[in-house]
Design a protein around this ligand. Structure first.
Ligand SMILES: Cc1cc2nc3c(=O)[nH]c(=O)nc-3n(C[C@H](O)[C@H](O)[C@H](O)COP(=O)(O)OP(=O)(O)OC[C@H]3O[C@@H](n4cnc5c(N)ncnc54)[C@H](O)[C@@H]3O)c2cc1C
Length: 492
């Protein structure tokens, strides 16, 4: 449970001038940075959040256009942490909806339920192909029993648990499209953290009502704030400021001023120019390579590791539409590579307030790389291509119903788990650990494929480590987000 501690020294004005309190600067105002700042502020510390974008929330932000609201990729709030559930309840409990998700995979002209259900797959596959898929699974399961080597690649992990047939139909093509690299070059860690369906055997057990505890993927119910996922962090900003601390948006962190191996100040630029703000410690959720370089003194051996850590970007095409919902699904996965989008989201299925009355919207998630042809394509080209793809997928032609459309861009959407990535991230975490008053955490800062609840937990733990003067090196390893009990998930 979050403790409701009144600040020892409540400050409401001219906080910058109060140099008597410990001052901690959060680099980045996403789920991690905002949670860290709130934890510090409510314990009487002086916290300053510096966020580059015009809004807080980071990947968990929500933006508004003509009465429509869009997240940066639809988010659902699920957690098994009582601390995080209570915190979210405290911030947006009055506006927290409980939703039931419905999602499908569009593939080969069929619609498969997602998460995969064995009877549904076999029914749509037909007897011959279904038999082939089961045979390929049985062969892989047997082979896995006979050999003891751990899975090395994404392809190994999935094939050993689902067979080559389901891998080739669903998991392989989707993964290649999402990451832009071959699944044989992606670490098995990503499958373990992202797929969270243990194996085809577990899918079959679920069919017989004998399933093990719910995996995150199987959680059908989730919580969602009425005004979008960003509402959590907008409320968080209000709370931080109420405690007398500061949230600065439009503040681009440029670098750090050091005193030996201690961070002394943060340099940033806002609308009024460049500034420096003194601090006792920083909690960074900027990307790990960026932060490690800001600390300086990166030896060339570590620089090589930094070069190898890369992110997959996402371009989101947001389409504002007249009329009723396009489908009953919260989201639809599009696994085949010849369609541009990987996921189609319809935000009103998360909250009716995501679109004005009588209207709806679609948010199409298009994986890409910063600077590539998709990232740089004109709005019109992307829209026309997506409209054509949707029609080919059996969805209605959006053109007669489109009010307008625009893209939003996420340069650091997914940390890429290339083979050997963990050695690279550990080398950088080791470099950061040599500095005093410098903590790196969050999705980009830990370079881990984590969900928002883990990012929030990391922020809170980082704040507690600073306050207690504790070692913070394990924070980047917190939680694995793999399994989840649905019952617990809804205790918020
Ligand atoms: C498409 C998509 C869907 C997702 N869906 C879910 C979901 O359904 N449920 C779930 O729990 N999680 C989901 N996640 C994961 C979730 O978004 C992240 O785990 C969480 O938002 C990470 O928070 P963070 O604070 O660590 O990182 P971020 O949100 O990335 O925050 C980092 C912040 O740093 C800021 N920043 C960067 N550089 C600078 C700079 N130089 N100066 C100042 N500020 C800077 C950024 O603008 C950003 O606000 C999803 C992620 C994606 C990409």
């Amino acid at each position: 449970m979050i403790r409701h501690v009144e600040p020892a020294n409540k400050k409401t004005a001219n906080a910058d001038a109060d140099l008597d309190l410990m001052h901690v600067v959060m680099l980045g105002g996403g789920a991690c940075g905002m949670s860290a700042a709130l934890e510090l502020a409510r314990h009487g510390m002086r916290a300053t959040v510096l966020e580059r974008e015009p809004r807080v929330g980071g990947l968990c932000g929500t933006h508004e256009r003509d009465g429509f609201r869009f997240d940066f990729g639809g988010h659902r709030f699920i957690t098994q942490s009582n601390t995080i559930a209570s915190l979210v309840d405290e911030l947006v409990g009055d506006d927290l909806l409980e939703r039931k998700r419905q999602s499908v995979i569009l593939n080969g002209g069929n619609r498969y339920k997602y998460p995969l259900e064995l009877d549904d797959v076999l029914r749509q596959y037909g007897a011959r192909r279904g038999g082939r898929a089961l045979f390929s699974y049985a062969r892989a399961a047997l082979a896995q029993r006979l050999r003891s080597a751990p899975d090395r690649t994404f392809q190994d992990w999935v094939t050993n648990r689902f067979g080559a047939d389901l891998y080739g139909t669903f998991f392989g093509p989707y993964t290649e499209k999402l990451w832009g690299i071959a699944p044989e070059t992606i670490s098995a860690d990503w499958a373990a953290q992202r797929i969270s369906i243990p194996s085809l055997a577990d899918v079959a057990l679920r069919l017989c009502g004998l399933a093990r505890p719910f995996a995150r993927t199987y959680a059908r119910r989730y919580r969602y704030p009425r005004l979008g996922i960003g509402q959590i962090f907008e409320r968080c900003a209000t709370a931080i400021e109420r405690y007398g601390s500061t949230v600065r948006t439009g503040a681009d962190v440029l670098g750090l001023a050091m005193s030996g191996r201690r961070v002394r100040a943060v340099r940033y630029r806002d609308a009024n120019g460049e500034k420096e703000i003194a601090c006792d410690a920083v909690i960074s959720s900027l990307s790990l390579p960026r932060f490690a370089r800001m600390l300086g003194g990166l030896p060339s051996s570590v620089e090589r590791h930094a070069d190898r850590l890369r992110f997959r970007a996402i371009r989101l095409l947001n389409v504002l539409l007249e009329g009723p919902p396009i489908s009953a699904n919260t989201w639809m996965y599009v696994s085949e590579p010849d369609y541009l989008m990987a996921r189609i989201q319809e935000p009103i299925h998360r909250s009716p307030d995501m679109a004005p009355a009588g209207a709806t919207s679609l948010m199409l998630e298009i994986p890409c790389t910063v600077g590539d042809a998709t990232w740089c394509a004109s709005e019109r080209d992307i829209y026309e291509r997506c409209v054509r793809d949707l029609v080919r997928l059996g969805l209605p032609d959006l053109r007669p119903r489109t009010r307008s459309y625009f893209s939003s861009y996420v340069p650091e959407g997914y940390p890429i788990y290339h083979l050997g990535y963990d050695d690279d991230r550990r080398a950088l975490l080791g470099h950061v650990a040599q500095y005093e008053g410098a903590i790196t955490c969050g999705r980009q800062g830990a370079f881990r494929y984590i969900f928002m609840d883990t990012a929030m937990e990391m922020g809170i733990e980082a704040a507690r480590a600073v306050m207690a003067g504790r070692d913070a090196t394990r924070i980047a390893e917190l939680g694995n987000g793999a399994t989840l009990h649905e019952g617990k998930a809804l205790t918020a």
